[in-house]
Design a protein. Sequence first.
Length: 113
Amino acid sequence: MGPAYPFEVKGNSLRHQPSYTSVYEFCLAFTFIPSLSAKPFNRLTVAFERLARDLTKTHLGPGAEGYRTGAPPDEHEHRPPKMKAVIQHLASLAGEWVWKPHHDLPEDPAYKM
């Protein structure tokens, strides 16, 4: 990472040099979370997915779009509550996705994300 690395080697130790975006530190903080499935840390997965989506859009350039499909749903993004409807909406946006569960799975799962 060269100069973008937010740590400086000083002798036999590392010293933190805050990064411009704090993205590296944000990702590094995930390694200290005891469980990403338990409250309140389960909301961090949403933040990470949003970050990944937004960085990808930036990398791809003007005109790029992103649509987060992960669980749990994010109250700041309006999307259907059921996964089948999420995939169908994604298909309407991209024209590439088709809802087709494996033959031994229900066509319309009863649970919400």
